[in-house]
Ligand binder design. Structure first.
Ligand SMILES: NC(=O)c1ccc[n+]([C@@H]2O[C@H](COP(=O)([O-])OP(=O)(O)OC[C@H]3O[C@@H](n4cnc5c(N)ncnc54)[C@H](O)[C@@H]3O)[C@@H](O)[C@H]2O)c1
Length: 315
């Protein structure tokens, strides 16, 4: 074992990783997985009932970069009321050749940025290029990075927000307005869906918050919140023209497609589109849906980038 395992703090990760880096690395992660240049191992996802927690471990292997790694953590619903983040993650990176541990990284910011990047990468190939109105359901940590990713990718003019925690939606609207965009709070998710070009669902909900029949022709949906058995944000009562996920084996067990969607109904995994094996959006009227469950290869691509940047800067 190494004499010393490096520890990379939350503030170091923040200083070394930008959203644009994460977008590029997420695209690479999707592409490599589709080309069998990386491997994902079975995910662990278990409920810690006493503390309203979901604990998970996701791990994978980047073949060319020779890193193995894992992310452990999850989502504790009661944390926000105690002034802590609901989402909590820590990563470990290992040398694939020897199994030696290389570093431990704080991964709360890393997760939020790589998830925002996932939404941007999917929307880049599935949403209309002229998407101007973003509707976001949920106003927490992931909502912010989902928006960052879309603001960096589309000519956004207005953001519509729907949530259920009084004060949170107002705070998010204020932040968006300070960035120079128009923002409004919608009284219902139905109203939000009917007006938006891109709709993002980013709640920890176990009961649907959006019906696909509410969205207008040509809209794209990024379903981000469902990442655990039982969670659900959508009722798919109008079948989208293209249903895409990050990884079927995860999406069908812990993602949005666990609720009655079959493999035959899935159009593609996102890596197939990134690698040009399947087409993204083909016309202005299509309704498209992307379900993200979050992949370990995204975490590893980003964490190994941060590890290498940290070493070259500080070691
Ligand atoms: N796909 C991925 O890769 C990925 C990555 C990280 C987190 N997640 C998941 O995303 C979800 C959100 O995470 P977060 O860190 O932003 O949580 P958060 O607690 O910071 O924010 C959640 C927001 O959703 C709102 N909300 C809850 N139930 C709602 C409902 N029924 N209708 C409307 N709004 C509702 C809350 O008021 C809050 O604003 C969680 O389920 C988390 O596990 C997914």
């Amino acid at each position: 074992m190494n004499d010393q395992v490096m520890i990379i703090s939350e503030s170091d990760v923040k200083s070394l990783l930008t959203l644009q880096d994460a977008i590029h690395l997420t695209e690479k992660a999707y592409s490599e997985l589709n080309a069998a240049q990386s491997m994902i191992f079975p995910a662990v996802r278990e409920e810690i009932k006493e503390y309203q927690g979901i604990f998970g471990i996701k791990s994978s292997y980047l073949i060319a970069k020779k890193y193995i790694g894992l992310k452990a953590g999850g989502f504790w619903l009661g944390n926000a009321a105690k002034g802590k983040m609901n989402h909590q993650s820590t990563m470990m990176l290992f040398d694939a050749e020897s199994g030696e541990p290389l570093c431990a990284l704080s991964a709360n910011y890393l997760t939020a940025v790589r998830t925002g990047a996932a939404g941007a990468v999917a929307a880049k190939s599935l949403a209309r290029k002229d998407s101007k109105i973003i509707g976001i359901i949920g106003a927490g940590t992931q909502a912010r990075t989902q928006l960052e990713g879309l603001l960096a990718t589309f000519p956004v003019e207005q953001v519509l927000i729907y949530g259920k925690t009084e004060g949170k939606e107002e705070l998010l609207a204020k932040e968006i307005i300070e960035k120079g965009y128009s923002a409004a709070i919608c009284p219902s998710p139905q109203e939000l869906a009917g007006q938006s070009d891109i709709i993002v669902t980013t709640t920890p909900s176990y009961a649907p918050v959006l019906h696909t029949s509410w969205v207008k022709d040509g809209a794209h949906i990024n379903a981000i919140g469902s990442d655990t058995r039982g969670k659900r944000e959508l009722v798919i009562d109008r079948k989208p023209d293209k249903m895409v996920c990050d990884l079927w084996v995860q999406s069908s067990i812990m993602g949005e497609f666990q609720h009655g969607i079959t493999r035959e109904e899935l159009y593609a995994e996102i890596g197939e589109i990134v690698n040009n094996n399947k087409k993204g959006r083909e016309n202005e009227g299509e309704i498209t849906l992307f379900d993200s469950t979050g992949l370990s290869v995204q975490d590893l691509e980003v964490a190994s980038f941060v590890y290498e940047a940290f070493k070259s800067k500080f070691v």
